[in-house]
Design a protein around this ligand. Structure first.
Ligand code: AMP
Length: 226
């Protein structure tokens, strides 16, 4: 079944957005669009965009809106985005959200459905410090809560697990501060537009998934499509 809408997972680093976006994207057959992943890829490839984003990402600061918007617009023009998509880590500022609304309208989509993940700062720091990601397929693990079967190796595709350099405690604190300053106001923006839902992101992966599915089902009942 097609999603036919833009879903936005809003929340600080470590809230579980990536894990849930990955699962929901598979369930609904739509792309999982993480601007963080797109930027890390640009950095790894050494493109001009990657070179300008790299120092900011290393410090835990946001990349300028125009860079991110250009990247997102290009990505949404691909055919696999025609049936809907799930954003993880985007938008991160009110201007990004305003520009996204215009892009969605141009592409014939209605209002996005936004889910805010609530998690305490202590849980976030704990989760991020234990986070390891597969260098091949992007599957994420947590050495405290959800360790891989073989240390350092992905259960799914055998890829090597790596730790993100910006997951170190000092940089995570910067990223949380950037979230509070620039991204938190987005919850008000979307609440005013009547599209904000919330989940308790401190619960386990399965339980949060179930809550999200209920949110999707309610929205589908309201709007006549998923
Ligand atoms: P993430 O993987 O979502 O935690 O993103 C990693 C880093 O990429 C962030 O700390 C920012 O430097 C940058 N970034 C990712 N998405 C955005 C965005 N939508 N706007 C600005 N910067 C972003």
């Amino acid at each position: 079944m097609a999603l036919n809408r833009a879903m936005i997972f809003l929340g600080p680093p470590g809230a579980g957005k990536g894990t849930q976006a990955n699962r929901a994207a598979k369930r609904y057959g739509v792309p999982h669009l993480s601007t963080g992943d797109m930027l890390r890829e640009a950095v790894a490839q050494g493109t001009e965009l990657g070179r300008s984003a790299k120092p900011l990402m290393e410090r835990g600061e946001l990349v300028p809106d125009n860079i991110v918007m250009g990247m997102v617009e290009e990505r949404l023009a691909r055919p696999d985005s025609a049936q809907g998509f799930i954003f993880d880590g985007f938008p991160r500022t009110v201007p990004q959200a305003e520009q996204l609304d215009k892009i969605l309208a141009r592409r014939g989509f209605g209002k996005p459905l936004v889910v805010e993940f609530h998690v305490s700062p202590e849980t976030l720091l704990h989760r991020v410090s234990g986070r390891w990601t597969c260098s091949v397929g992007g599957e994420t693990y947590n050495i405290y809560e959800r360790p891989p079967k073989v240390p350092g190796i992905c259960d799914v595709d055998g890829g090597k697990l790596i730790q993100r350099s910006d997951d170190s405690p000092d940089i995570v604190r910067e990223r949380l501060a950037a979230y509070d300053r620039k991204t938190k106001p987005l919850a008000d923006y979307y609440r005013q537009h009547g599209v904000l839902e919330t989940v308790d992101g401190s619960k386990g992966v399965e339980e949060v998934s179930r809550e999200l599915n209920e949110i999707f089902a309610r929205a589908a009942g309201r709007d006549g499509h998923l």
